[in-house]
Design a protein around this ligand. Sequence first.
Ligand code: 26M
Length: 808
Amino acid sequence: MKSPTQLKEIEDFKSAYIKKIEEVSGEYLALSSHLNQYQALAEIVMEKVATQWAKTSAQYDTIPHKRVYLFSIEFLIGRLLKSYVNSLNWEETVKIAMHELGLDYQTILDQETDPGLGNGGLGRLMACFLESAATLGLPFHGNGIHYKHGLFEQKIINGEQVEVSDNWLRNGYPFEIRKPNESVIVKFYGDIHYEKVNGALTFVYENYEPILAVPYDLPVKGYHNSTVNSLRLWSAEPLDEFDLLSFNKGQFIDAVRHKSEAEAITQILYPNDNEAGGKLLRLKQEYFFVCAGLKRIISRFKRFNQNCLDDFSEKIAIHINDTHPALCGPEMMRILMDDEGLSWNDAWKITQNSLTFTNHTVLPEALEKWPVEMMKFLIPRIYMIIEEINRQFGESLRLKAGLNELQISALSIIQDNQINMANLAIVCSHSVNGVAELHSKILKEETFNGYYKLFPERFHSVTNGVTPRRFLINCNTNLRDLITESIGTEWIKNLYDLENLMRFKNDLAFAKRFCQIKLDNKIRLSHYIKQQNQIVVNPESIFDIQVKRIHEYKRQLLNALHVLHLYNCLKANPNQEFIPRTFIFAGKAAPGYYFAKEIIKLINAIAELVNNDPAIHDRIKVVFLANFNVSLGEIIYPAANISEQISTAGKEASGTSNMKFMMNGAITLGTMDGANIEIYEAVGKENIVTFGLSSDEVTHYEKQGGYSSIEVYESNEHIQKIMHQLIDGTFGHLGNFQSIYDSLLLYNDTYFILKDFDSYLGAQKRINSIFQDKTKWFNMALHNVAYSGRFSSDRAVLDYQKKIWKTI
Ligand code: 26M
C-alpha cells in the first residue's frame, strides 16, 4: 500500500516529467524518443542532486574539516542515472511513475553512455572511493581529466579485437557542469633565464605556450544522505583568439594550430593498462591536470583562510594515485615559491606534509620514467625544481643518513637521464602505500626497499575495496532484497553486518531463494549472451567467469588452455560423467599489445571449435563477450559461480573484481596473490579454491632466471597435446598460434602457466566435486557474501582517513 505522501510524490513526479519531456524534445511524451525520455529523467534527477550539492558546498565552507583531494588520471565512474536515483531514495517513485506513464525504465536507463574514463582496476577504484566517501559524508573530491574520448569500444570481428573510438559525449552529458569562470592557465615549453632585478637574481619564464584549463564538475552523491561531493575534470582549450593574439602576437594560422594543439591534450585516454608509454602528449596530460587542480585548490584555500597558507597541510590532503600525478610535488613547490613567494624550506614542508602516494603495480614495465630532455623541454621550470629536490635529497642522504654515492644513486629521482616518477612521488610525500597486504610487503622488501630502510614509518598498506551500492545493491536487486528481509538494512552502510547472514546457513527456505536468485541472474546473463554472441548457454551449468584487462600476468591463457584440455578429454572419452560448464571471458587488450590480442584470438578460436562440435553435446560452452566495461560488469558479477583470479603470484597488486564476484556469492578460484589472500583469510580455506606457486616460489625461480618449461612439457602428455594443437592446424582458418607456443616453450613461460597447469587442473576438479553437493555449494557461496564486509570501499576509505590522511 502506498501512503498519501508517496502517492502525491508519484503524481508530482509524473507531471514534472511530462513537462520536462516537452522542454527537452519539443514533443509530447507520446511522441518522444527513448533518448529524450532519458534526457528528461536525467535533468530532473540532476536538479534534485544539484540542490543537495549546493548545500553540501556551503556547509563545507563553514565547517573547517580537513579536505581530501584525490588526484588521478583516471576515474572510471560508470553510468550514473540509476546510481543517483537509488541514492536519492527515489527508486520506487521513479519506477512506479515510469510504469504508470507507460514507459520502460530499463530501456530509458540503457540510453545512457558509459563514460570510459579509465582503463581498469585503478580508475574504477577511484570511482568507488568517491562514492564511499560521499556515503560516509566526508569532504573528499576528485581531480582528473575530462577526456573527450574515453577507452575505445571493443568489437570482436572474425574472432579478433577491433577498436572503435569512444564518444561518450555524443548526445551531450547531463551530469556535468562546465565552470568557465574557474578556468586557469597552464604553461608549457618556453625559456627560462636569470635576470638581476633590484640587485637580486630572479628567473624569468617567457615564450611559453599558455593553455586554458576549463573544469567540468560532476556531483558525487552519497547513498541515502545529503552529501554531494565533486569530481572535477579538466578540459584543455585554446585561449580565445583575442587573448592568444595578445599573448604571442601570432597570426590567424598560428591561432588555428594552437587551437588543435591545445585541444589535443584532453582528446583521448591512453589505452594502456600497466604499461608506461613515454609519449610527450601523455606527459602533457599529467602536468595539465596537476597544475590546474593544484592552482585552484591553493587559491580556494587562501580565499577561505585569510590569504594565509601556514596550516595548509593540516587542512588539506592531496593524494597521488599511482605515479601519473607525481608532478604534484614539484608543481606545488613551484606555486608556493614562484606564485606565493614562500621560501624553499617553507614550501617544502607544506608540500611534503600535504602529499601522500599510492602505488598500484609492481610490474617493471608500468613504472613510469620520463626522459630528462622531454621534461626540460616541456616544463622547464618543473624540471629545475625536480633537479633541486633531487640535489637536496641526495645531500641529506649523504650528510644525515651517511650513504655512499652508489647507495645515493640507487635512490636518485634522476637515473640514466630519466626521471623516475615513483622515486619522485616517494620523496615528495610523507606516506606511501600498497593496495593489499602482499603487495605492500613486496613494496617494502623489493620494489622500494631502499626507501623503506630509510623511512620505514612512511610505509603503509590499505587493502582495496569496492562499493557495495554499485556492485551488489544496484546490480543484484533480488539478492539485496533477500538480504534486507533477512537482516535489516544496516548492512548497506556497514557491510560487516552481512556476517549476520550466517544465521541462515541451515535455513532451507533461505537457501532455496538464494540459489534461485543466482539462477535468475544466470538466466539474465544467458539472454545477453544469446543476443550478443548468438550462443545458447545452459543456465544450470557452472558459470566460470574471468573478466578483466587482457594481460599475460593475469593468465587468461591458463584458463583458455584448460578449456582446450577439457575439450580433449571429452573428445577422447565422450561418455564420461561431465558437469556442464560455461566459460565466460571479457576484457580489452591494449591496442599495441600484440600478445594480448593473440590471447583474445585464441579464446575465440577455442569457442568456435568447442561450441560447434556436436560430440560435446553442449557440455562446454565458451563465450567471449565484447566491450567489457562497468555496465557489462554489473550484469556479469551477479551471475557467476566461479570467479577466476589466477594471476601469477606476486604480480596482481590487489585485484578488485575478486571482491565484486565475492559479494555476489561466487567462489574464488585463485592463486595466493593480491587480495585473494585476504579473501582466503576472510572466508576460510573451506570456502575458496586455491592453487599454484606462492609469490615466494615465483621469486625463487625468477632469481634463477626462471624454471624450465620444457621439462614440464616433456613430463606431461596433456600439455604436449594442447601445445601441438596451438600450431598443428586444429584452429584451421582461425589461425595458428605460434607466438603463444613460442612464449611458453621457446621463451620459457615467464608467467609460469605450464608450471601451474597441473595444480590448476586439480583445483578445477575439486570445484566439480563440490558443485555436485548443492548444500555445500550454497554454504560456500553464503560464506563469501557474509564475509565480504571488509572488502567494502567504505572500509578502505576509512582506513585511508585513519592511517594516511589523518582526518579522523
Ligand atoms: C601508464 C602510462 C600510459 C598509459 C597508461 C598507463 C597506466 C594506466 C593504468 C598504467 C597503469 C594503470 O593502471 C594500473 C592498474 O590498474 N593497476 C591495478 O590497480 C588496481 C587498483 O589498485 C589493482 O586492483 C590491480 O591489481 C592493479 O593491477
